[in-house]
Design a protein around this ligand. Structure first.
Ligand code: NAD
Length: 478
């Protein structure tokens, strides 16, 4: 099994594994749907047999509640596998396309060839899902893969390595654990595709490195995903959905609502509903939210300090804590916290929060909310709560985001029929289901011509009056 422990970077192991995988990738060009399906099934079986182990490593890494692991680490991967198994034959089938007039007599098809050897770099926040989900797409497309899991979730990353070593030869799929230096070394190799999930700042580093080899990239990044709560929104319904979407994984979710823009007349009622929902979900027996087994913890001390200091900075500049605000460094607990009276020079409004703090701003006209969002980098997701369909249509049309939801948040991640991803600062390229398959495939257009006389022959030199006439009529009519 190809593996590296921390601080022992051995670029030659990377290179030799990469070269072996390039060989395999060439032989996998002719892999059938059933070859690929059997690889996917082996992962599904392993996951089923090791459900408890997966729950345990995530609990150890950041006290992730087992049921959240089942939903957001296991189900997300097994549903991706099941979806791919069900659709793979259709996805792989060459697609016939129509023929333009000058090429009459030819036949065109799009073939979906595997790109080859892929590099998958995963983050810590959904460490199993975001390493193995892209692997499912890579294997479905017929690619080999090297995975670099996050160094911040050592227990999960070791389990990923164990799983891969039990199921695959390193010449097919390999895992290299370690710090960011491991990723930097791997990035020097001319992979056929890089699938990166992480922050926009590191996304830029990945794209620069990929440019050296002109490697295609999928960048699944983050950013501040806004929520608009319009005047006519059902506030109880919105509050319950927002509390779930914001505080699952303790707010450490790429598509978590980052801040709320609520109509000024609804603010007080919304705050009340958010508090009720928070109590109902995380403190139903009045023992204190810190006793809830359903709230994960902050991943490490650095992120804990970052969150607490951004809260303190906000308060110093006039922010008001409407709910929560307690924290405990030894257990890296931060109480779900609602904050109002925000200004744009606060870190809370400048940077992706990625934790259980929810800023709430107000607006008086929808245009204000739209232009506020449009004044910031394009988000990964945008959520609109309200029943006025003209307003929701305006928000969808007048803003740009990777994905959007109307009257809910976060759960669009589970819809494998939809492309998932960002736009510009929040990402490049799409993932999930067919879109994941396409990310790892080269869509190769193949045009078959007949032998001898054909339409194109008429367009050859010496250009006479007939050719002139044909070209002019093509311009005029087609
Ligand atoms: P990160 O960018 O710090 O790290 C992600 C991976 O990149 C890790 O494996 C890390 O080792 C590696 N890395 C870090 N620095 C590197 C460097 N200089 N060169 C090469 N590799 C490097 O991200 P994170 O903190 O693990 O995750 C949080 C971020 O990820 C948030 O911004 C979040 O929104 C985003 N995210 C996006 C999605 C999505 O699907 N769009 C999903 C989850 C998380």
């Amino acid at each position: 099994m190809a593996t590296l422990s921390e601080n022992s970077i051995e670029p030659e192991v990377f290179l030799s594994t990469f070269l072996l995988q390039k060989k395999t990738a060439n032989s996998w060009r002719i892999s059938t749907a059933s070859d690929r399906i059997s690889r996917l099934k082996s992962i599904r079986e392993w996951i089923k047999e090791h459900q408890k182990d997966i729950q345990e490593v995530l609990l150890a890494d950041f006290q992730k509640p087992p049921i959240e692991t089942d939903l957001s680490e296991i189900y997300t991967v097994t549903s991706e596998i099941n979806h791919a198994i069900k659709n793979l034959k259709t996805w792989m089938k060459p697609k016939s396309v129509s023929t333009p007039l000058p090429l009459l007599g030819t036949s065109g098809k799009i073939y979906y060839e595997p790109k080859g050897c892929a590099l998958i770099i995963a983050p810590w926040n959904y460490p199993f899902n975001l390493a193995i989900g892209p692997l499912v797409s890579a294997l479905a497309a017929g690619c080999t893969a090297i995975i670099k899991p996050s160094e911040l979730t050592p227990n999960t990353s070791s389990l990923i390595e164990k799983m891969i070593s039990e199921l695959f030869d390193p010449s097919e799929v390999a895992v290299f654990q370690g710090e960011s230096e491991v990723a930097q070394e791997l990035l020097k190799l001319p992979f056929d595709h890089i699938f990166f999930t992480g922050s926009p700042a590191v996304g830029k580093i990945i794209m620069k490195a990929a440019a050296e080899n002109l490697t295609s990239v999928t960048l699944e990044l983050g950013g501040k995903s806004p929520v608009i709560i319009d005047q006519d929104a059902n506030l109880k319904d919105a509050a319950e959905k927002l509390v779930f979407g914001k505080f699952i994984n303790c707010g450490q979710t790429c598509v978590a609502p980052d801040y709320l823009l609520v109509h000024e007349e609804s603010k007080e009622k919304l705050l009340m509903e958010l508090k009720v929902a928070l109590k109902n979900m995380y403190d139903p027996k009045f023992k204190g939210i810190d006793k809830s087994p359903d709230l994960a913890r902050i991943i490490n001390d650095r992120h804990f300090e970052r969150l607490v200091s951004s809260l303190k900075e906000g308060i110093q500049k006039g922010a008001i804590i409407e709910f929560g605000g307690k924290y405990d460094a030894p257990s890296r607990y931060i109480e779900p916290t609602l904050v109002s009276s925000l200004s744009d020079d606060m870190v809370l409004m400048e940077e992706e929060i990625f934790g259980p703090i929810l800023p709430i701003k107000t607006f008086s006209k929808l245009d204000e909310a739209i232009s506020y969002i449009n004044g910031k980098p394009k988000p990964l997701a945008l959520y609109y709560f309200g029943s006025n369909t003209t307003n929701s249509a305006r928000v969808i049309q007048e803003t740009s985001s990777g994905n959007a939801m109307i009257n809910d948040c976060v759960i669009h991640f589970l819809d494998l029929e939809m492309p998932f991803g960002g736009v510009n600062n929040s990402g490049i390229g799409k993932a999930h289901g067919h879109y994941g398959f396409l990310a790892f495939s080269n869509e190769k257009g193949v045009l078959k011509q007949r032998v001898g006389l054909n339409n194109a022959t008429l367009l050859r030199p010496p250009y006479g009056a007939a050719a002139q006439k044909i070209v002019q009529s093509l311009i005029k009519w087609f």
